[in-house]
Design a protein. Structure first.
Length: 159
């Protein structure tokens, strides 16, 4: 994907286990940041990648490149002080196509207790027409204090 169109919401708490289903543990660290450009390494049990994101708000440039586990682990030490640990769950949303999901992230470590939902869209028009379900909380799309890069450095802005 080259352009990511995404809305982000704070959840009041984790959804019920029956809504969440299985999740994927993610270690994510930031290698570099400048202005609105960030470079991260992401490691799961099955995949590793380097991602460059540029811009802010609803639509951003995103380039994601798969790398080997060894390459990811070689980069990992360079992310000290800029890391997050979370479990991602893909949750189907009522009223949307079956392949359309919310990615619900439940954070661990220094961000323990934080839960967010991100929903990606095919266009800004579709994003604008999205009516979030009742279990979503406050929208934080485009608020730099709630970006994963900022959370990795500064923690929750509301604590």
């Amino acid at each position: 994907m080259t352009i990511e169109i995404e809305r982000k919401f704070l959840l009041p708490g984790p959804p019920s286990d029956d809504r969440l289903g299985p999740g994927t543990h993610i270690r994510q660290g930031y290698l570099a940041e400048e202005d609105s450009v960030e470079v991260r390494v992401r490691i799961t049990d099955d995949t590793s990648s380097v991602t460059v994101k540029a811009g802010s708000g609803l639509s951003r440039t995103e380039v994601d490149v798969a790398i080997s586990a060894g390459q990811a682990e070689a980069l990992w030490p360079h992310t000290v002080g800029r890391r997050i640990d979370k479990t991602r769950h893909r949750v189907a949303l009522d009223g949307l196509p079956p392949d359309h999901v919310a990615e619900v992230d439940i954070y661990a470590g220094t961000l323990e207790g934080l839960c967010v939902a991100e929903v990606e869209f095919a266009s800004e028009a579709v994003a604008a027409s999205f009516d979030p379900p009742d279990w979503f909380g406050r929208e934080v799309t485009g608020d730099p204090a709630w970006s994963n890069a900022t959370l990795s450095r500064h923690g929750r802005p509301d604590t």
